[in-house]
Design a protein around this ligand. Structure first.
Ligand code: BES
Ligand code: MN
Ligand code: ZN
Length: 492
């Protein structure tokens, strides 16, 4: 499928289907559209009247145009009130049009939407992202998929002539989001610490990043007892992945992205019980998937900042080698941790990942993790929690997420709650009381970052979608990639 920005007037465009966006309370067609309607023998007016189309956000209508017409079908999409239009609604509209066009077996599609905020580049990018993300189908694990794939061959964005760079950006970012989705969606017998390292290797060679893989012995030498404690029970070797993107010139900033990368979380000896969603725990590397997805996108976008991508990948399993509940682990910064719950493993892996990252001397660290069920209880399925020690960093991430349409909500770094992690015998426990569980998890991580501005995103909710919504399909969302990309671009 090819997306192109063109300046062909609506009246002259020909193809299988033309999609037109209309604002609420403004479905009276005028100007160019009125002329087009005339040319199509009143089809558009008729469609509006027959379907009582009011331009409400998310509404749509489609009809066939009489034969001999230069356009086979007309698709109308409602944009809601003009003053309420957000960039993410443009993205969602692109997705809705693409889904409809695919269902209608359209091969050549034209899209005529208003330019958002007088910004044709942002408009073209958002529509393209919506199309690419909505049409992504993951048939890797089906021997005979019902839906044989995309019929769309070309999509013309009318009024977006000269926006090729924006469309390419959408494709590059889209490839990162899709990588993240496919990593999360793949089961634990397919995506393992070994394959995650291989994926990093592919990104490195495709996009010219440098890659360092620390094997178990390397991690031992660095004293990563916390990460390795989690890795002990697995038959698979842990892989500590460190990808580095360096720009051509002098970088403006040095930044780091760290992702929780549990390719499976059984809970360990505190094994996850019935109803715990253990069968969904292949997605426990969603933070790492977003990290690798962002690396893939950033490797193509080539911003002027140096970016480090870190994934401490392992499984949380049970075996005779498993850490016992109550074991004391020593992290690479010397801090000791009483593991009062082996199911709070993500923070144990992140502890050593954060210590390693801070030693790189970066200006800011952002970690992403499917860290706590408590965060889902607090914010629901669609919103990630944000904790930060630095307001500038928090603000930058909130702006980036707003632009991406990925929802974040800042949560308190309530120092007093650290009391809940006090241990009789070690420097801290890895688990506190049930109440405020996502906050104590963030406070635990904070023990492993000394002074670098740091932010933590708990993405346990939005990493997965139960049903299709906007440009997200049911399943893995690739949450975080677009926020990370926007944040990095805002820093360079
Ligand atoms: N990976 C889970 C968190 C999770 C739960 C992600 C549900 C997505 C959906 C994490 O490792 C975990 O098990 N957390 C425990 C922490 C508890 C033992 C303090 C939890 O949230 O129950
Ligand atoms: Mn767990
Ligand atoms: Zn986990």
């Amino acid at each position: 499928m090819q997306i192109r920005g063109i300046d062909t007037p609506v009246l002259e465009w020909t193809g299988d289907a033309l999609a037109i966006g209309l604002f609420e309370e403004n479905t009276e067609i005028t100007g160019e559209l009125a002329q087009l309607d005339e040319k199509l023998a009143g089809t558009i007016q008729e469609l509006i009247a027959e379907t009582e189309f009011e331009g409400k956000a998310g509404s749509k209508a489609v009809t066939r145009v009489g034969s001999n017409s230069p356009i086979r079908k007309i698709i109308l999409v409602g944009l809601g009130k003009a003053e309420d239009l957000k960039l993410d609604a443009v993205r969602t509209t692109g997705a809705a049009i693409a889904r409809m066009a695919n269902k209608e077996k359209v091969k050549t599609l034209g899209i005529s939407l208003p330019i958002f905020n007088n910004d044709p580049a942002a408009t073209a990018q958002a529509i393209s992202e919506g199309i690419i993300l909505a049409l992504h189908q993951d048939n890797r694990f089906k021997s005979d998929p019902e839906d044989k794939g995309i019929k769309l061959e070309t999509v013309d964005l009318l009024g977006c002539g000269g926006q090729d760079a924006a469309i390419i950006r959408a494709e590059q970012i889209g490839s990162g989001v899709i990588l993240a989705r496919e990593l999360v969606a793949a089961p634990a017998n397919s995506v393992t610490p070994i394959t995650m390292a291989q994926t990093a290797e592919e990104i490195a060679s495709e996009c010219g990043l440098s890659l360092e893989i620390l094997e178990k012995e390397d991690c031992e030498k660095l004293g990563m007892g916390s990460f390795l404690g989690v890795a002990m029970a697995s038959d698979l070797p842990p892989k500590f992945i460190h990808l580095t993107y360096k720009p051509e010139g002098t970088p403006t900033r040095k930044l780091a992205i760290v992702g929780k990368s549990l390719t499976f979380d059984s809970g360990g000896l505190n094994i996850k019980g019935v109803g715990s969603g253990i069968e969904t725990m292949k997605m426990d590397m969603g933070g790492g998937a977003a990290t690798l997805g962002a690396a893939k996108a950033i490797g193509q976008l080539k911003p002027n900042a140096e970016i480090h991508f870190i994934c401490a990948a392992t499984e949380n399993m049970i075996s005779g080698h498993a850490m016992h509940p109550g074991d004391i682990l020593t992290a690479s910064n010397g801090k000791t941790i009483e593991v009062n719950n082996t199911d709070a493993e993500g923070r144990l892996t992140l502890a050593d990942a954060l210590v390693f990252t801070e030693k790189l001397g970066v200006d800011a660290i952002v970690d992403l993790a499917t860290l706590t069920g408590a965060c889902i209880i607090a914010l629901g399925d669609d919103i990630a929690g944000l904790w930060s020690t630095d307001e500038t960093l928090a603000t930058g991430l909130k702006k980036a997420s707003e632009k991406a349409g990925e929802k974040l909500w800042q949560m308190p770094m309530e120092e007093q709650y650290f009391d809940g992690l006090k241990s009789q015998i070690a420097d801290m426990k890895n688990t506190g009381p049930r109440a405020g569980g996502s906050i104590t998890a963030a406070l635990f991580l904070k023990q492993f970052v000394k002074e670098t501005p740091w932010a933590h995103l708990d993405i346990a909710g939005p990493v997965w979608a139960d049903k299709e919504n906007g440009y997200n399909n049911a399943g893995a969302t690739g949450f975080g990639v677009r926020t990370l990309v926007n944040w990095v671009l805002s820093q360079s």
